[in-house]
Design a protein around this ligand. Sequence first.
Ligand code: PEP
Length: 252
Amino acid sequence: MRKNIVAGNWKMNKTLSEGIALAKEINEMVSSKENNNVKIILGTPFIHLTEVKKVLSNARISISSQNCAAEAKGAFTGEVSAEMIKSTGIDYVIIGHSERRAYYHENNEILLKKVKQVLANNLTPIFCCGEVLEEREAGIHFEVVRKQLAETIFTLSNEEFSKIVIAYEPVWAIGTGKTATSAQAQEIHKYIRGLIVEKFGQSIANEISILYGGSCNPANARELFANPDVDGGLIGGASLKANDFIEIIYSF
Ligand code: PEP
C-alpha cells in the first residue's frame, strides 16, 4: 500500500527561531490528534534542518531539505551535498521544484545527477514535475510531464525508482491561488501512474506516492485527496501556518 503524504515546502521563509516555533506547534498539534496514517514532512531551509529535528518528537513527522548539490563534494562554494544532508539525520530531499528549474536553470540532466546523489546517500527524493501555463494552454502538458520523467527518474533501475516520491505541480498553480481542478489533478496523476506501469510494472506503480502541489489549502485539499491517484500534497504557502497545515493533513 502506498503512503499518503502531506509535505510542506517552506521555501525561503522563516528565521531559525520562527521555524523552530512552527515545527513545535505542528508537532504538538499532530501529537494531540488521532493518527490518520498520513506521513507528514516539513521541507525546511538547510540551516533549520538540525534544530527542527530536535523539536520533533512525533514519529509521523519527518524533515526534508528543498534541494541538494549535484556533485558529491569539493570546490562548489555555497552548495550543500546529499551526504551533508544525510549527516543531519533527516530523510527526504525535494528535487526539481519548478522554482529551481526556472530561477537556477536546473535541467533534466542536473536533476538526474541530484536524484542519484540523494539515492546514493539513502535519502528519499521528492521529485517534482509539471507544466507551465503556456504548455497547459497549448494542450501539451501530458507530453511535457512525460519528457521530464523520461529524461530523469525513468532512467533509474526498478529498485532505485521504487524509492521515489513524485510531486506533480502545475507551475501555473504554484503560489498563484489557482488550483488545478480535482478532475485535472486526477487526470494527470492517472496518466503518470500509467507511465510508471508501462516502464516499471503495475506492482511498483501501485507503491509510488504521487502528490499534488499548487495552491492546495484547507478548502480544496479534501476534494483533491479524494482522487484515487492523488496520494497527498506538496504544500507551499499553507504549510507556513500550523492550523492550515494540520487541516490539510486531516483532509484524508
Ligand atoms: C510549492 O511551492 O511546491 C507549492 C505548491 O506552493 P503553493 O502551495 O504556495 O502553491
